[in-house]
Design a protein around this ligand. Structure first.
Ligand SMILES: Nc1ncnc2c1ncn2[C@@H]1O[C@H](C[S@+](CC[C@H]([NH3+])C(=O)[O-])CC(=O)[O-])[C@@H](O)[C@H]1O
Ligand SMILES: O=C(O)C(=O)Cc1ccccc1
Length: 247
């Protein structure tokens, strides 16, 4: 399918609106996320590999904040376990519509992929089924901070023994020198991927109020407070990381 380049912030805007996962973003999303999140393709592919070690027969695998279903597709490619199915959830109707088209195209190309259901819903209102794997791949940072512990507690309650939560996030750092260094290096990453200073500045102002990163320490403490017994970082590239949390 056509994947146009992200030029959403290339022209000067008199006022930069808050970032939203609308049709304009959906159109350029695969290009935007690859050029903005260092390590994204590695994280997505390896979530499939990790999931194959945690997935259990007759259980559900959740992809929460699934966007266009990149994680869902990695799960379906890597997990070959009896009677597993994937539930992908996103509250952006534009994302859900395009995600269904992508998954449908995959269905016709490959046989024996796990069945998948794409639900348009707020993940804060979900009734979770017993699950062996939950992926929150760069989604928690868009949830209002006071709701984050409640969501993680619900996920913990639904997780089967032996299952796992995989949580990927942009990180903030409590040491300001470390924070500034890794933030500057992230800007260098975006520049190297063809974004101009204007694009970088306008995107930064668009996401400022809607995407609020936590530190690794905050994640660890909150996951333990939600009932998780162990938190294991398995990937970090600059200020982006992914953690495995065990129930
Ligand atoms: N309350 C909510 N309920 C449901 N969905 C939500 C909510 N809040 C935000 N979203 C959705 O979470 C997704 C976050 S993007 C995830 C990338 C994907 N995981 C990927 O691996 O490609 C991250 C990014 O763009 O940096 C968007 O599709 C939102 O609509
Ligand atoms: O672009 C950025 O600076 C980010 O931190 C990541 C991102 C990627 C895609 C949508 C919103 C934020």
């Amino acid at each position: 399918m056509r994947q146009p380049p992200d030029r959403l912030f290339a022209q000067p805007l008199s006022q930069v609106p808050d970032f939203a996962f609308n049709e304009d973003v959906v159109r350029v999303f695969p290009d935007m996320i690859k050029r903005s999140v260092p390590g994204y393709p590695t994280i997505v592919e390896n979530i499939g590999v990790l999931a194959s070690q945690f997935a259990q027969p007759h259980s559900v695998l959740y992809d929460l904040g699934s966007s266009l279903g990149a994680v869902t597709q990695a799960l379906r490619r890597h997990v070959q376990i009896e009677d597993c199915r994937v539930i992908a959830v996103d509250n952006s109707s534009a994302m859900v519509e395009r995600c269904r088209e992508y998954l449908h195209a995959q269905d016709s190309m490959f046989q024996e992929l796990l069945p998948v259901e794409v639900i348009e819903a707020d993940i804060l209102n979900l009734e979770f089924q017993p699950t062996s794997l939950v992926a929150l791949n760069f989604t928690l940072q868009f949830i209002e901070p006071p709701q984050r512990l409640i969501l993680l507690s619900r996920i913990h309650q639904a997780l089967l023994p032996g299952g796992a939560l995989i949580l990927s996030e942009k990180l903030r750092f409590e040491d300001s020198e470390q924070h500034n260094l890794l933030s500057d290096l992230h800007i260098a990453f975006k520049r190297a991927n063809g974004y101009s200073e204007l694009e970088i500045a306008q995107k930064r102002s668009a996401i400022e109020k809607v995407m609020i990163p936590d530190s690794l320490e905050q994640h660890r403490e909150r996951l333990l407070a939600a009932g998780f017994s162990k938190v294991v970082p398995w990937f970090q590239c600059l200020n982006f990381a992914s953690l495995i949390a065990l129930p």
